[in-house]
Design a protein around this ligand. Structure first.
Ligand code: ATP
Length: 339
């Protein structure tokens, strides 16, 4: 099912939570709504779900306006950060719930429900917990059951609000890879809200970066990371260093100051100056634990640069704290002229 968000505005009192937001989601896409706290992600998700109404704009499901469609008729599955499963019901009954409350003429038989619930439990790889109660599950297992419950009604759209937000880092990582594979199998149009850029970059087909009730950029993870549309996107998607330069030879920008933004792994570290853009800095910190070696270096002007070099480069350069080095941009991720 495709979704079209067309100039949606939502205010709470004086506050504009969404400001003419437009977005096109294709059938079967896995979309991350990414942004800082208060940027409007949840509000947008709730409006798409029909749990909240917009003052202006439209939400179209497969080209049809949803204004008259009630929440229960939208065929949407939800999973929230703290989506409390029914504590007094077994896992089996939790998943079966959405099927049991269907109107009589649509309700499956007991045998069909049993088959469906076990099919979903197998899908989330938890067939062995059917008779347990939620309290007897780990946080990660509970979220997978919440997902199975959301899928029971065969939704055409899946909406997930920080589904792994309350879990510890390791479980989060496992579940996000699991969600990716899971989506690859089922291809349900899925929107998930997150403020974690790593999660969005790793899981989504497309990332929608939000800031203050507006969309800053929509693009593939690669796009938003390597070709950010604004300084906000640039900063939100990872660490970045600023270089100041005055370009003489470039057409149209002759002599104008410019600010170049460079990601930590796109800096070359050398013992000698490599170009006019090289900045001299003293190493203040080295962290070799990880796939890349992380280095902090301070320029004479007091700016701190964050650098990442490979383990091999680090060994070759024999870098140590307090060493003076030169930092030269290999690739500039973003450039500002009007400063
Ligand atoms: P978070 O990651 O913190 O959940 P978010 O990007 O999902 O943030 P929203 O929950 O959409 O942000 O909220 C956007 C803004 O709208 C916030 O400033 C919030 O305080 C405000 N807001 C949301 N719901 C209401 C409400 N029911 N009444 C008043 N203000 C609200």
């Amino acid at each position: 099912m495709s979704i079209k968000v067309d100039k949606v505005t939502k205010t709470f009192g004086q506050f504009k939570a969404l400001d003419e937001v437009s977005l096109d989601i294709n059938t079967g896409e896995l979309i991350a709504l990414l942004g800082p706290s208060g940027s409007g992600k949840t509000t947008l998700l709730r409006i798409i779900a029909g749990l909240e109404t917009a003052e202006a704009g439209e939400i179209l499901f497969h080209g049809e306006d949803t204004k008259e469609t009630k929440v229960k008729d939208r065929n949407v599955g939800f999973v929230f950060q703290h989506y409390a499963l029914f504590r007094h019901m077994t896992v089996f009954e939790n998943i079966a719930f959405g099927l049991r409350v269907k109107p009589k003429h649509l309700r499956p038989t007991d045998a069909q429900i049993k088959e469906r619930v076990h099919e979903l439990l197998r899908l989330v790889q938890l067939d062995w917990v059917a008779n347990r109660y939620p309290a007897q599950l780990s946080g990660g297992q509970r979220q997978r059951i919440a997902l199975a419950r959301a899928l029971a009604i065969e939704p055409r759209v899946l909406l997930l609000d920080e589904p792994f937000g309350s879990l510890d880092a390791q479980v989060r990582k496992e579940l996000r890879q699991w969600l990716r594979r899971f989506h690859d199998d089922l291809h349900i149009t899925t929107l998930f809200v997150t403020h974690d850029q790593e999660e969005a970059l790793e899981v989504a087909d497309k990332i929608v970066v939000m800031n203050k009730g507006k969309i800053e950029q929509v693009g593939s993870p690669q796009d938003v990371y390597h070709n950010p549309a604004s300084v906000f996107v640039l900063n939100f998607l990872g660490n970045v260093n600023i270089f100041h330069a005055r370009i003489e030879e470039e057409q149209g920008a002759a002599g104008k100051p410019r600010r170049m933004y460079v990601r930590p792994h796109q800096l070359t570290v050398s013992r000698f100056s490599l170009s006019a853009d090289s900045v001299k800095a003293a190493i203040t910190f080295i962290n070799p634990a990880g796939s890349m070696v992380k280095i902090d270096a301070k320029s004479r002007q007091g700016e701190i640069f964050q650098v990442e070099v490979s383990q091999e480069e680090h060994a070759q350069l024999k870098l140590a704290k307090n060493d003076e080095v030169f930092l030269t941009p290999k690739k500039i991720t973003y450039c500002e002229y009007d400063i």
